[in-house]
Design a protein. Structure first.
Length: 267
């Protein structure tokens, strides 16, 4: 039985007429060239079968609570990532690995209370970060400081605690005013007497009692030397003063006896 062969020109024509298979698209998403829209799908984790060509990823309005280590597949071309209106409470320090080309990250309207600079170190190209409408009372200045290309930072509608702990962030904001959008919406929530007071309205004098004093190793050595010396000196002084008091009373008694010898004999 002979083999039936397709002529080369016909095979080439079939290859041209049949397009190659489209890049993978998760079942829960709607995909178009370069874009994956996975919003409003009730997702509790990031879909893994995303195309490596994805440049825009929408994951808003889902039920994501935690981004663990390497939560995303390798997406070397991802430029925009939106995670708005989820329930994010924790982002692991290695959650965003593999997203080095990311330029815009929207984490607004979540439940974030703590963020670490290590989380953002992989995002060397990030230009816009939105942290608005979370539960941040403080923010380490190392977070925006970990983003060398950052141009826009949004921090509005967070319950900022305006105590000494906010001083490092206030210093960063004061030196990077051009990067902070909606500065008038950065309002204190605590303490109660400062509720709705603008953070950027504070001056240096407001943090005078919070100024940090650095203690050098020489100071520590001096403390260790002076401490025991002061203790011994205080004991010596107390002993000396006690001896003087006893001696004084002894002299008075002897003087009294010299004047009234009969009374001293009776005693």
């Amino acid at each position: 039985m002979g083999c039936w062969r397709v002529p080369s020109p016909v095979l080439a024509l079939l290859l041209l007429l049949c397009p190659p298979p489209s890049p993978a698209c998760p079942a829960a998403c709607r995909c178009s060239p370069g874009e994956a829209d996975c919003s409003e799908r009730g997702l509790r984790e990031v879909p893994w079968s995303l195309s490596t060509n994805t440049s825009t990823l929408w994951l808003g309005y889902n039920f994501l609570t935690v981004l663990g280590p390497r939560s995303f597949p390798p997406l070397p071309g991802l430029r925009l990532l939106s995670l708005v209106h989820n329930r994010l409470e924790l982002i692991h320090s290695q959650a965003l690995l593999g997203l080095g080309a990311l330029q815009e990250l929207d984490l607004s309207h979540n439940h974030l209370t703590v963020l670490t600079p290590e989380t953002f170190l992989p995002l060397t190209s990030l230009a816009m970060l939105n942290l608005g409408s979370n539960r941040l009372g403080e923010l380490e200045p190392g977070v925006p400081g970990a983003l060398p290309q950052l141009q826009v930072l949004l921090l509005q509608d967070n319950p900022w605690v305006c105590s000494c702990g906010i001083l490092p962030l206030w210093r960063w904001l004061s030196h990077n005013r051009e990067k902070v959008r909606e500065k008038s919406l950065l309002l204190c929530r605590h303490p109660e007497q400062l509720n709705k007071y603008p953070i950027m309205a504070f001056g240096d004098e407001s943090f005078r009692q919070c100024q940090e004093t650095s203690i050098s190793p020489q100071h520590y050595i001096a403390f260790f030397i002076i401490g025991p010396f002061s203790f011994l000196a205080s004991i010596f002084f107390c002993t000396f003063m006690g001896s003087l008091v006893v001696f004084y009373h002894s002299l008075r008694r002897q003087s009294h006896c010299w004047r009234r010898p009969r009374i001293c004999r009776v005693h």
